[in-house]
Ligand binder design. Sequence first.
Ligand code: ASP
Length: 722
Amino acid sequence: MKKSILITLLIFLSRLVFATEGMWLPLLLQQLNEGEMQSMGMKMTAEDIYSVNKGSLKDAIVHFGGFCTAEVVSAQGLLLTNHHCGDEFIQSHSTLDKNYYADGFWAASKSEELPNPGLFATFIVRIEDVTSQVLENVTEEMHPKERQAWVTKNTERIKAEAQREEYQDVMIRPFFEGNQYFLFITETYRDVRLVAAPPAAIGKFGADTDNWVWPRHTGDFSVFRIYAGPDNKPAEYSPDNQPLQPRHFLPVSLDGVEDDDFTLVFGFPGRTEEYLPSPAIELRADVLNPIRIGIRDRTLEVLNEAMRNDPEIRLQYVSKQSRIANSWKKWIGESQGIHKTDGIAKRKEYEAEFRKRVGENPEWKSEYGDILDSFEKLYAAQEPYAKAREYIGEIAGRNIELFRYVNTLHSVIKIYDASGPASLESRMGRIRDYVEGFFKDYQPGVDRKVFASLMEVYFNELAPEYQSKFAIEQFVAANKDYGTLAELIYGKTRLIRPDVMRQAMDAGPDALARAIKEDYAYVFVRSIAEVNESEALTEYNRLEEEINLLQRRYMKAQMEVFPERRFYPDANGTLRVTYGKVAGYTPRDAVRYETHTYLEGVMEKYVPGDYEFDVPEKLRRLFESKDYGPYGENGKMPVCFIGTNHTTGGNSGSPAVDAYGNLVGLNFDRVWEGTMSDINYDASICRNIMVDIRYVLFIIDKLGGAAHLVEEMKMVHPKDKN
Ligand code: ASP
């Protein structure tokens, strides 16, 4: 009897010790992780990674545009990130005649580097725990609104009092669902120029078919440079700006890493939700993901066909298509992975143990005894609204371009209605840029097909109480034919006619507001959004607020009830360290994946002229002649490798460094079987995918002929130390 209890407990505990799971705060490494990291082979100290007193690894890491990570690799502010992080900028400089996206771009000197308005790079100067100050005067019994008022007031005060230079910024973010708060002092550089990019056939090799999949052969990198003012401080773009002299830059290792070697990935993971209750995971995996996937299946069918058939559309839609396809494929993998790893059953086991422990402790029982039952009720109540929100969000908010565009124009109208014509006048430059940017990459014929396909989902799958009466009337007027409805909307709207929009903008705020408000498509889209707001979103948000409050209590409760578990805060776009080892995995019975891919694999996948698997002629020649320079290894050219680092979106472009802090790769993806790691990390099959830095250097030098960039970096051979 005793033995069986012990075994159950051991099995349970072994599940709680998630080796390599976790996205850790750099300033807490010494306290929480340094010992383990060193026992895994790391030769650095926590202070080498994050220090406020000396240059450390963190000073080479930037939040790239707020959505990816990049790292400084030279004393002149040279930055590496992923191709898929830089693609919208590469595309924006491309035309069919000068197609940098398809053919690659290699600035021969600094004067050829291309500015990117709107792009920025943010360094973290310092992080501080400000929990006690933020929660000053806050009590457990307090009404949530009162609590929020204190948190806001305290946050404002701490920010105002924070020690910083005037060119630095300060932000405070909640962690563990608002149980902790950290302050960040940051420096943001706004002159970030494009330096180099490989041809898309290398940077996006394998495209959607290979995305989220191992074995992988993508050279997913691009090169930028940070420019600073004459004092090396952040400055708006100016031709007189100078390359940044960074506090630290990463040396680049030519030695690579082998199985079982220590690796560390340092970056800005976007969002994870590792501590959700099982009903939330069920809702995501079985209800919401299938809705999103079904809608995007339709959008992608239209976009992919149009892009395959027309090079101009391919160039215009490449970044939009990637955004839609990337999440679409991830959600498919996520739902599959949750089921395959019994994620929901495991979460229920964990909850059973939670209930048991809480039940045995009278204090916990009164404080936390209601949590799991309340979650069940709340998620059940929220489900119909969540479904409607998802349908309308996908259809009207993310997939039909006309709708997205009209939503943005609606924000113009809101400003106009609230603050009058003068407020629009002052924003006219930005509005003009937005509208022109929209037209540059817009094909009404393509969008119309997406519209016709998605309206079928709107009228057939969305519950009738969330459908707009006006939209139904138009549908009836179109004889309930989706193509005819599309003709009606796209034929009647004047908002997608560049001449009309330019004229309205030239005529000033009143004319522009009138042109928008009276437009047929505007009325149509607004009617859909208004029903969504009144029938679904209001109730959805009310329940979501309750869920969030409960989640904060649940987080606190878990940390108390499972003292043996090492908790890390969910990703929230702040700087984190994750570490692991180079390791393969077994995706299914009798299949074992190795850790490294080579150029041989690129050639195995090569399909001449194919949209996804073509290989540039120059790369084929380099392969044939085995002209790998110092970057090859035993006559082969390494391309990608995998490890057990726990990463997510936002970690794209993050440096993977070796035990000494030398750059060995750029993180860019995760493996198919492990895409559920954002809500249900499973150490046995969750792996991150990195492009080997030697492949990056080889492409820059041998294919791009940009050896001067490699020369700017500092090459090292750490294995000589052993
Ligand atoms: N490739 C991924 C992305 O772009 C990165 C990741 O989620 O691991 O979101």
